[in-house]
Design a protein around this ligand. Sequence first.
Ligand code: ZN
Length: 419
Amino acid sequence: MRAGAPLPLIVLIVMAAALLMALGARSAAADEQQKEVSALTARIEALPDRSRLLFDLTGLPPVTAHPVANPPRIIVDLPEVLFRMEANAGLSPGDKLIKSYRYGTFAPGRSRVVIDLVGPAKILKADSEVAVGGPRLVIELAPTSAGHFASTVAEQARLQPAEPPKLPAMAAKAPTDKPMVVIDPGHGGVDMGATSKHGEMEKDVVLEFARALRDKIQETGRARVLLTRDHDMFLPLGERVRIGRENNASLFISVHADTLSASRVEGATVYTVSERASDAEAARMAEKENLADQAAGLESKADAEEVGDILFELTRRETRGYSRQFSHSLISFWKEVGALNKNPSRSAGFVVLKAFDVPSVLLELGYLSSEKDLSRLTSQDWRERAAQKTAEAVDAFISARSREARAPAEAPSGAARPQ
Ligand SMILES: [Zn+2]
């Protein structure tokens, strides 16, 4: 069988090639399944008896939907979907049932579409399906009575109480004596925050600033920095406060950029927390920012005021004093950036600033509704300078606090000494 010897080799080669091809095909199919689904376009079709919201997709994800009240909304939950549409797609569709809608990540591996309703509606359909043009997500809503809507909401709450998303535990930090600064870029994921008329979104503007600020603080080498979110994800307000407290932050800075109907109003404002708002504008701002959880479809609960003992009250009072001290210092450093609101120091009941033991401020970088502010906020050069000044204010605050901590026994100047 001298001539037969090469044959098994050829057979082997053919078999190996076939096996490799089969494996390749299988892994390609697995990749296809694993691949994240994208949403490419979104549109509304108004039909005589219903409104239909459609997203063109690249796959068929599982879909669940339920209504929530106050204000009436429909929440559509999906596994992670990459939304690749225009930033302001769907913000004001002018539909008779759908007031507006937004979409984005809600928690790691989960995405969400939130539909704000004009009035009570029932879900006729919420599913992904294959249509002529390819896969799509279909949400069909029809008007219903207030009574029917309320009973569906109550039934949903009974079956599946709304829970804030579970987030991965923060990595334990190696012990170090450097103080921790927590920077909190507002909004994120399904909660876009304010938007400019050109489509710039608050959630993106504040994240870019927060990253620049982190770099500037880290350059000083005198503090550790943690961002409550480092990418485009939703984070409930309570979670932001928790991150500050659990990391023993010496300072918590929440970063925002609002819009106003008056486009002449401009410049940065630093807010601290107070029971009574410093002015009507501050009250309005706190009310708006405190609705952030609602934007993602979470129920907004009246926050139970922590009732504490005398030590709690003393700590809170001291913390608020430090917050105001940092606020004043930040404003004086920002004078050099030259972009302050004419009333830059305000206070109101911001939920995100309520950690009783972490000095906290909310830095409103400016207004996306002001062309001047918008050009500053989207300029890398301005961002670098403003982040630099903020980092200098942080450094001054931290240095002053650590001097205090090193010399606790020294009597404060002016204090009465025993004779
Ligand atoms: Zn905001």
